[in-house]
Design a protein. Structure first.
Ligand code: K2U
Ligand code: ZN
Length: 170
């Protein structure tokens, strides 16, 4: 049970393509556990392995409310099978781009397939916040960040801000 440091923009590892997982071993189970600890501590409702520097195709999420029991979801080698034509625009943030929130338009419903920690293949439909979170997390596995959906002007402004902060931090 360990929290791991979350990479912050402009760390290049956030732009890498994560590798598929071919064996669900103790290392993957420990990574999933550490990602959930890190996500709950942040706090956040999702986290992708590249955000803790592990370029593996695994994401975790938990959309339960504070007054509800925890409901962690671990998705290994997730892929979106279909997207709805209708879209929603919601406010997103990112633990790797702290303290900024922007509106992003995404398909409202999706169908996703993944392998769970028990090695079972799961196919499920998702809407509402879960659909947004899944799309946000799966983007991370391909080096895509939610700011990439903003106008070039807004995205460049965010990039410059974090590049400046990184230079200051030395
Ligand atoms: O990937 C991440 O950085 C985790 C995000 C996931 C997320 C962002 C936007 C919309 C849905 C999921 C974190 O949970 S950021 C914290 C947060 C939570 C709710 C709304 C906005 C940001
Ligand atoms: Zn994110």
């Amino acid at each position: 049970m360990a929290k791991r440091p979350i990479l912050i923009l402009p760390d290049e590892r956030l732009r890498a393509i994560a590798e598929p997982i071919d064996k669900i071993d103790e290392g993957i189970r420990r990574l999933a556990e550490d990602m959930l600890d890190t996500m709950y501590d942040a706090p956040g409702i999702g986290l992708a392995a590249p955000q803790v520097g592990e370029l593996r195709r695994i994401v975790v999420m938990d959309l339960s409310k504070d007054d509800e029991p925890k409901a962690p979801i671990v998705m290994i080698n997730p892929e979106i099978l279909s997207y709805s034509d209708d879209t929603v625009t919601t406010e997103e943030g990112c633990l790797s781009i702290p303290e900024l929130y922007y509106e992003v338009e995404r398909p409202a419903e999706i169908k996703v397939r993944y392998t769970n920690l028990e090695g079972e293949t799961v196919e499920r439909e998702a809407g509402d916040r879960l659909a947004i979170c899944i799309q946000h997390e799966l983007d991370h596995l391909d080096g895509v960040l939610y700011i990439d959906y903003l106008s070039r002007l807004k995205r460049d402004r965010v990039l410059k801000k974090f590049q400046k902060q990184a230079r200051r931090a030395g």
